[in-house]
Design a protein. Sequence first.
Length: 291
Amino acid sequence: MDVKTVGVVGAGQMGNGIAHVFALAGYEVKLNDISAEALDRALGTIGKNLDRQVSREKITEAEKQAAMDRISTTTVLTDLGSSDLIIEAATERETVKTAIFEDLQPHLKPTTILTSNTSSISITRLASRTDRPEKFMGFHFMNPVPVMQLVELIRGIATDEETYHSLLKVVESLGKTAASAEDFPAFIVNRILMPMINEAVYTLYEGVGSVRSIDESMKLGANHPMGPLELADFIGLDTCLAIMNVLHEGLADTKYRPCPLLTKYVEAGWLGRKTHRGFYDYRGETPVPTR
Ligand SMILES: NC(=O)c1ccc[n+]([C@@H]2O[C@H](COP(=O)([O-])OP(=O)(O)OC[C@H]3O[C@@H](n4cnc5c(N)ncnc54)[C@H](O)[C@@H]3O)[C@@H](O)[C@H]2O)c1
């Protein structure tokens, strides 16, 4: 299956990044959201991020313009019907995702590949609710999409080889690298990363180290570019907690028990950078540890 046109559903943080990288790689992109404001915001963000690439001389002004011209937006989901590939990047709620695929299905070509960017919902279960489980895959981009090199490709139990190979080719054409993961909770990256972050929160909770000493230790002692608590603030503490809960419930092993201190930060609404407070307070000039 030769993919030329891509329909992206959901124009949030991930959807705008996905539209950005596909348009830059030469695909015609239709971006859909239920909110017209989200679509306007997404186009603004894509423009700003492309400008940054121009100023860093990664792309030319003409390439930026051509990429912008390849993106069209719509609040009508069925406008995406003619796409060769659908990438669903809407809100992380199973009923939302299932409804999107159900509404789209009657308008699609039989060859269209369906994918979801979900971080935690079973690909096999989502696929089983569509008319083409063999042409359904998890297509898990990392945040921020234009910057991160990796894409996880997750096969559901029914996904066929042709679909997998088509998506491998697509990932290559984006200049990114694919890792294949089986369809188990949190796939590969989050399965390994989140328990590490959770353990850092336990280390803080038990008083083994302060926010600063934990982050410094992992930066200077393990050569991580960011400390685990700083990274948790960047990802969003609510997202970290949600993924730990998916691991805990999905694998039924107490080693994935979310740290009570992580729960407490989320209860306080201290979700990290997006709310200006988490393990660090971002309201001043420089981030100040909150513990
Ligand atoms: N944020 C991350 O770091 C990250 C990383 C990898 C994967 N993901 C996954 O990507 C998906 C999107 O996450 P996000 O962070 O971009 O969320 P977000 O909240 O920034 O954006 C979601 C968008 O979906 C739209 N939406 C909701 N229902 C819709 C519908 N029925 N049709 C069309 N649009 C609809 C919302 O209006 C919103 O603009 C989720 O499945 C999430 O698990 C997120």
